[in-house]
Design a binder for this molecule. Structure first.
Ligand SMILES: NC(=O)c1ccc[n+]([C@@H]2O[C@H](COP(=O)([O-])OP(=O)(O)OC[C@H]3O[C@@H](n4cnc5c(N)ncnc54)[C@H](OP(=O)(O)O)[C@@H]3O)[C@@H](O)[C@H]2O)c1
Length: 334
């Protein structure tokens, strides 16, 4: 069986690739010509290099493919729409078309995000309508889900969508490395006292859910929230990380209205002056850290048998162990 993974140079695609190879699967990855694949050195992979608009490369990647895990995406809270459109909309369409053209794909697992719900005040299940709130990431991921549905209904491509919450673990540059750096520098505040449910999932548990989603016949045409059942808050998560790192300063609190206003002001200024770098705070981050991220997972439990075995406590222990390793220390200082 040939399993194709996109985004293997990233956090989720990389760990998925490692776990599939460990299980003896035949894995082909599609990576951009510029992607750094050093962390996957030594793995027996079939590597196809190409962008998501390179039709011959997409055809090579999909040739005789049985299962596709589409993990490549621009996963960010800031950046020009054209970048999001290229990666998360046109790129998805091209890949779906290549999967249809191959004629062999038994399952196309599309990695979406709980951000497609538009940051509601209370966490919602999969029946909740997707809400475009005008942020590029949220909008582009909704558009990509619509394309996946179109290819399911119009071309009969067997698709499954997964909507993870925040994923953490070793080699996560956004969560593990990014937050750790801020904690060590004393630059990370609690928003709304850190009381909101964080909605986390440890990487290995997510991958188990993704693999189940790829093999379960009932999952065709379905979307699933994937989250650890723990109700851990942002306060508990960040303090666990801070303690593990030996960070000396405790995060101070910023009330939600102040954080929203600050994020809005920064976003406006950055847009007005066309500043390319990411502002220190965005509304997307504020909403994720102040609104309940405890998205229900009963559907995944019932239909996929989803049952995280590592969990957040052990997940944090492993993450902190990695941060203390040579690889983790290098990631923190690079
Ligand atoms: N991490 C989370 O907490 C989380 C939560 C919910 C959903 N997700 C979703 O999970 C998926 C993977 O996220 P991640 O955390 O693994 O992200 P990541 O570490 O940033 O990796 C992103 C991957 O996508 C590739 N990529 C980025 N822009 C691309 C483009 N224009 N064309 C082709 N490839 C491109 C990157 O390749 P390069 O190495 O070449 O840049 C990399 O391999 C995404 O769909 C994301 O929306 C992530």
């Amino acid at each position: 069986m040939t399993i194709v993974v996109t985004g293997a140079s990233g956090f989720i695609g990389g760990e998925l690739t490692r776990m599939l190879v460990e299980r003896g699967e035949q894995v082909r990855i599609l990576a951009r010509p510029s992607s750094n694949l050093d962390p996957l050195d030594g793995l027996p992979l079939d590597i196809v290099r190409g962008e998501l608009d390179d039709s011959p490369a997409l055809a090579r990647a999909m040739s005789a493919a049985d299962v596709v895990f589409h993990c490549a995406a621009l996963a960010a809270d800031w950046g020009p729409w054209s970048d999001f459109e290229r990666a998360n909309v046109s790129g998805v369409k091209n890949l779906l078309q290549a999967a249809v053209d191959a004629g062999t794909v038994q399952r196309f697992v599309h990695v979406s995000t709980s951000d497609v719900y538009g940051y509601p005040r209370t966490a919602v299940d999969e029946s909740y309508p997707l809400r475009d709130v005008g942020y590029n990431y949220n909008r582009s991921k909704i558009m990509s889900e619509r394309l996946v549905d179109e290819y399911l209904h119009q071309f009969g491509l067997p698709t499954t969508i997964i909507r993870p919450v925040t994923v953490f673990g070793p080699r996560s540059f956004t969560f593990t490395v990014g937050l750790s750096r801020l904690l060590l520098d004393g630059d990370l505040p609690f928003l709304a006292k850190g009381r909101a449910r964080a909605g986390l999932i440890y990487i290995d548990d997510l991958i188990e859910g993704m693999i189940s989603a790829a093999s379960e016949p009932a999952a065709i045409g379905q979307a699933y929230n994937l989250r650890d059942p723990s109700n851990i808050t942002w306060r508990e998560s960040l303090l666990t990380l801070a303690d593990g790192l030996g960070a000396s300063t405790r995060p101070r609190n910023i009330p939600t209205p102040v954080a929203v206003l600050a994020a809005f002001g920064l976003e406006t200024a950055y847009s007005l002056f066309r500043i390319k770098t990411r502002p220190l705070l965005t509304r997307q981050v504020v909403y994720a850290m102040t609104r309940d991220q405890g998205y229900p997972i009963e559907k995944a439990e019932d239909e996929l048998g989803f049952a995280p075995t590592i969990g957040v406590d052990e997940g944090f222990r492993r993450t902190i162990e990695w941060l203390r390793s040579a690889e983790g220390q290098k990631a923190l200082t690079d």
